[in-house]
Design a protein around this ligand. Structure first.
Ligand code: NI
Length: 401
């Protein structure tokens, strides 16, 4: 537990800020008590709608069953920006012991998306109050299904983001204290791909392997050889990994099975590395199986690309954080993924890690967000979105003034 030296709730803060903190704590506790899994976020969506509508905030039509997009239209000229807040929870039994723990057994906001929702609502309330000075338009994307890796695509398949020029995202960070913000330009989260390899041999009696083609030694050789992609093919300075996470073959002790199946994941930060992995997994599986007299088929299931932070957005977000009294540290790179990256294919993005107090990591049953971060995060995000941004991004088409 740490009370930050740079920044603290209470002392020196106005009564209005204290009121906002109290309101956001109530909002946060409700969402924490009521976690819902991907695409089942009905009550969550309804609650967000209610809270925003009560504040007179406009909700845009969205042809999705869950999730919601709100808009604040500033009275000055400026860019169209979006803030992505994911809203789904995880199938985890909560073990925090908090008085506002999950009321649904086996469901928990263990990735901090309840914090993201609350920060997003707080940001919306602040921007609504300040819309006279707001330059441009801000869309708040309360996105369903992040844990499925495909929720962002559901939002992007609608036309609600067609005019967005800059996308901002946030994530709770339990590796940093409250008051610390992690930012960096470039890759911060990995491309997430999945593969399934089916090895086909010829089944036979366990005592007569010479009568068939055993797929199991071929599968084992493939598991071993796949690791050489990381150590022999990828530039040693590029983070990447391949994990075989499931291996299945046979169902008894004296029969050599006909097939074996491997499944796993590849994580990369670089587009060329991602393509290299796809080619090499195919080649290694096919050729290794062939050398054992078997055949391999590879199914490659692409997930979200890497999250790449725009240089100027990251710099601007860091300056704003420092101005408000946060400490800014280099954002930890992770081979985990976030479907936020799909937005980056449309317009420049920046994914900000908000220190939520050191403790158990995300997706663990003891993960908890310190409530003291709620109002400061909303104030920070509102400040990022309020400012007249002059960002000349690396993309020629995305000059935003
Ligand atoms: Ni998350």
């Amino acid at each position: 537990m740490c009370l930050m030296t740079h920044f603290s709730i209470g002392k020196g803060r106005s009564a209005m800020e204290g009121k906002m903190q109290k309101k956001l704590e109530e909002i946060f506790e409700w969402f924490h008590r009521n976690p819902e899994l991907s695409y089942e976020e009905y009550r969550t969506t309804e609650r967000i709608r209610q809270l925003l509508t009560d504040a007179g905030i406009e909700i845009l039509p969205l042809p999705l069953e869950t999730g919601l997009v709100a808009v604040i239209r500033g009275e000055k000229e400026g860019p169209v920006q979006a803030l992505r807040c994911d809203i789904d929870a995880l199938p985890i039994m909560e073990e925090t012991g908090l008085p506002y723990s999950s009321e649904t057994p086996g469901r928990m906001h263990a990735c901090g998306h309840d914090f993201h929702i609350t920060a997003g609502i707080g940001t919306a309330l602040l921007l609504q109050e300040r819309r006279r000075e707001l330059a441009g338009t801000v869309k708040l994307l309360f996105q369903p299904g992040e844990e499925s890796s495909l929720g962002a695509l559901k939002i992007l398949e609608t036309d609600v983001c067609d005019d967005v020029q800059l996308f901002w995202g946030l994530h709770a960070d339990p590796t940093n204290e409250a008051g610390v913000i992690g930012l960096r330009e470039g890759a911060v989260a990995a491309a997430v791909d999945r593969f399934v390899i089916t090895i086909k041999g010829v089944g036979c009696h366990g005592a007569h392997p010479d009568d068939g083609v055993d797929p199991i030694p071929a599968a084992c050789a493939i598991v071993q050889t796949l690791q050489t992609i990381v150590t022999r093919n990828v530039n040693a300075f590029h983070p990447s990994l391949i994990s075989v996470t499931r291996i299945e073959a046979g169902n008894t002790w004296n029969v050599i099975p006909e097939t074996a199946e491997l499944e796993g994941t590849v994580r990369t930060m670089d587009r060329a590395d991602r393509e290299l992995f796809e080619k090499k997994v195919e080649l290694i599986a096919r050729k290794t199986a062939e050398s054992y007299g078997a055949q391999a088929q590879v199914q490659w299931i692409p997930g979200p690309p890497a999250v790449i932070n725009d240089e100027e957005m990251a710099e601007y977000a860091a300056q704003t954080a420092r101005r408000l009294g946060f400490s800014v540290v280099p954002e930890e790179q992770s081979l985990g993924g976030d479907d936020f990256s799909f937005y980056e294919e449309k317009a420049p993005c920046c994914y900000i890690k908000i220190g939520t107090g050191k403790g158990q990591l995300i997706h663990q049953p003891g993960f908890a967000v310190e409530k003291s971060v709620l109002a400061p995060t909303a104030e920070y995000l509102a400040e990022v979105l309020m400012n007249q941004i002059k960002i000349r991004t690396t993309r020629s088409s995305a000059l935003v003034i």
